[in-house]
Design a protein around this ligand. Structure first.
Ligand SMILES: [Zn+2]
Length: 83
């Protein structure tokens, strides 16, 4: 599981076939396809960069099973069809 900490990382992994985990204080822990519209650079910038990761953390993995093993993670309702 790779922590995503910069816009460059975000852009690289958004364009890579795989899975994002977004761990969010408000919405819990969600697993997304890299193609999901909820995997959004504006949200990333707000939650991770401007708030210094206090309100959300992003991870990426190419491994479906590694993503599924993230504690308490749920599949995103928007992008289940891509998984
Ligand atoms: Zn999603």
């Amino acid at each position: 599981m790779i922590p995503i900490t910069s816009l460059e990382d975000f852009k690289t992994y958004k364009g890579t076939q795989g899975y994002f985990i977004i761990a969010d204080d408000v919405n819990g822990r969600k697993m997304h396809s890299n193609r999901c519209t909820a995997v959004d650079i504006t949200h990333f910038r707000t939650k991770v960069l401007e708030k210094e990761g206090q309100h959300g953390r992003y991870f990426f993995t190419e491994d479906f099973f590694e993503a599924r093993e993230y504690p308490k993670v749920k599949k995103c309702e928007l992008c289940r069809k891509f998984m």
